[in-house]
Design a protein around this ligand. Structure first.
Ligand code: ZN
Length: 398
C-alpha cells in the first residue's frame, strides 16, 4: 500500500471557486473559509495517516465517533457501535446507516467483504471541525463536517456522497487508479458510479426511475445548485457545471489533478447510457460489468483501455454480441470512444444502428458545437474567477 495517504474530499474545488463569485457576501465568505480549511486539511494528512488502528480486519464492523467539533481524532468520543443502541445524535445515526448500506451493497451485489474485500472495519467521524463544509475518506476513516448552513447542509445526509467516498477505498484496494488525468478521472467516475448505485439499490430504483445525481442533499436552499454532479446529464447538475459528456470536450487543465472531477463526466455518461440501454436495475448487469472491469484494471488504466475491458467483460459475463455487450459498445461510441478489438460483424451491426438515426446524429453535431461554445464561455468565466481570486488575495494582503 502507498505510504502517502491521499485525502478524498467530497466537494470538488471548482464548486467552491464558483461560489466565491456569489452575489451573497455570506456565501462568498463561507466558500473562502472552506477553501482555506481544505488546504489546511491537506497539510494535516500526515497526522491522519499516523492515526493507529482502523484498517484492521473486523467483518466490516461500524463505529461512529463524535469529534465534538474538533479535528483531533484522539479526542473523539464513541457515538454508536455495531452492538450499541441508536445514538441521540441524528448525524451519528445517519453516518452509521450509510456506512451499513454501502457495506451491505458491496456484500450482496458483488459478494465483496467490505472496502478491502477482507472485512475492513468502517469508522466514521461526525461533527468534524466547526461548520466544516466537506466530507472525506482518508484511506482509513470517513469524516463528516456539519456544513455551515449557508452553502452546505450536514454532510451525513447524502448516501450517494458517502458511498462515493467509500468507493475510493474499493478502487484503492483493486485497480489503484492513479489520481491524476485520465486514470484519476476514471477513479472519480468509479466512485460516482458506485455512489449512485448504492443509492439506487437502497431505494430499489430501476435505471429509468433513478435521478442519477450525486449529492442532491448537500446544498442549502441559499445556493442555486441542485447537486454536485449528474451521471445522466454531465454539465447540467448546476448552472456552471464544468463536466463534459464527450471526448471532444475533454477538459485540459492542470488544476484539480488534471480535471479529475470534470472529465469523470465522460465515463459517467457511458455508464448511464449502458444502464439505460440494458434497462432494469443498474446494479445488475451494468454494475457487474463495471465492477469486474475495475478489478481487471491497473493504476495506469485510461478511458480507452477501460472501455475495451468493459466490452470484453460484457461478453465474458453475459453473451458475446448480446444486449449487454451491444449496450456497452454503443455507450462508449456516444461519448466519443471507439472500443477496439470488436469483431467486424458486431461493429457493422452497431454502424447500422447509428446510420438509422442519422437525424439524431445531425442534432448531435449541433449539440456538440453548442457544447464547445459553452466550454469556451466556461474558460472565459474561469479566467474571470482567477482574476477575481487574485484581486481578493491582494485585498486581503493589505
Ligand atoms: Zn471523489
Amino acid at each position: 500500500m502507498n505510504s502517502e495517504r491521499r485525502v478524498n474530499c467530497a466537494i470538488p474545488p471548482y464548486i467552491l471557486e464558483d461560489l466565491l463569485e456569489s452575489d451573497d457576501p455570506e456565501v462568498r465568505k463561507a466558500a473562502l473559509n472552506t477553501l482555506l480549511t481544505t488546504a489546511r486539511l491537506r497539510g494535516a494528512r500526515t497526522v491522519l495517516a499516523a492515526f493507529p488502528g482502523a484498517a484492521t480486519p473486523g467483518n466490516g464492523r461500524r463505529t461512529v465517533f463524535d469529534c465534538r467539533n474538533g479535528t483531533d481524532f484522539a479526542f473523539a468520543v464513541l457515538a454508536r457501535s455495531e452492538d450499541g443502541p441508536p445514538s441521540s445524535d441524528g448525524a451519528a445515526n445517519r453516518a452509521f446507516d450509510a456506512l451499513g448500506k454501502t457495506r451491505e451493497f458491496f456484500q450482496r451485489v458483488f459478494a465483496r467483504n467490505s472496502i478491502d474485500g477482507q472485512g475492513m472495519r468502517l469508522d466514521g467521524y461526525v461533527h468534524y471541525d466547526e461548520k466544516y463544509n466537506n466530507a472525506f475518506w482518508d484511506g482509513r476513516e470517513m469524516c463528516f463536517g456539519d456544513g455551515d448552513g449557508i452553502i452546505f447542509s450536514d454532510l451525513t445526509g447524502s448516501i450517494s456522497v458517502i458511498a462515493h467516498e467509500l468507493a475510493h477505498g474499493v478502487t484503492e484496494h483493486t485497480a489503484g487508479l492513479v489520481y491524476r488525468d485520465q486514470s484519476g478521472a476514471l477513479n472519480e467516475s468509479i466512485s460516482d458510479v458506485f455512489g449512485t448505485l448504492v443509492e439506487q439499490w437502497t431505494l430499489n430504483q430501476t435505471a429509468d426511475q433513478a435521478d442519477w445525481l450525486i449529492g442532491r442533499e448537500v446544498f442549502t436552499p441559499m445556493v442555486q445548485m441542485d447537486a454536485l454532479r449528474s451521471l445522466k446529464a454531465p454539465g447540467h447538475a448546476w448552472e456552471r457545471d464544468p463536466q463534459p459528456d464527450h471526448m471532444s470536450n475533454y477538459v485540459h487543465t492542470s488544476s484539480d489533478h488534471g480535471g479529475v472531477h470534470s472529465n469523470s463526466g465522460i465515463p459517467n455518461k457511458a455508464f448511464y447510457l449502458t444502464a439505460a440501454a440494458i434497462g432494469g436495475p443498474a446494479w445488475e448487469a451494468p454494475g457487474m460489468i463495471w465492477y469486474e472491469s475495475l478489478k481487471a484494471s491497473n493504476s495506469e488504466t485510461r478511458f480507452q483501455e477501460f472501455a475495451d475491458t468493459t466490452y470484453q467483460k460484457a461478453g465474458d459475463l453475459y453473451e458475446v454480441g448480446g444486449l449487454q455487450q451491444q449496450a456497452v459498445l454503443g455507450a462508449w461510441q456516444q461519448v466519443g470512444i471507439t472500443v477496439t478489438g470488436v469483431p467486424a460483424g458486431i461493429a457493422k451491426e452497431q454502424g447500422r444502428l447509428v446510420d438509422e438515426s442519422s437525424d439524431a446524429g445531425q442534432q448531435d453535431s449541433v449539440a456538440a458545437v453548442a457544447r464547445r461554445v459553452q466550454a469556451l464561455a466556461g474558460q472565459v468565466q474561469e479566467l474571470g474567477n482567477d482574476v477575481a481570486m487574485l484581486k481578493g488575495r491582494v485585498t486581503s494582503a493589505r
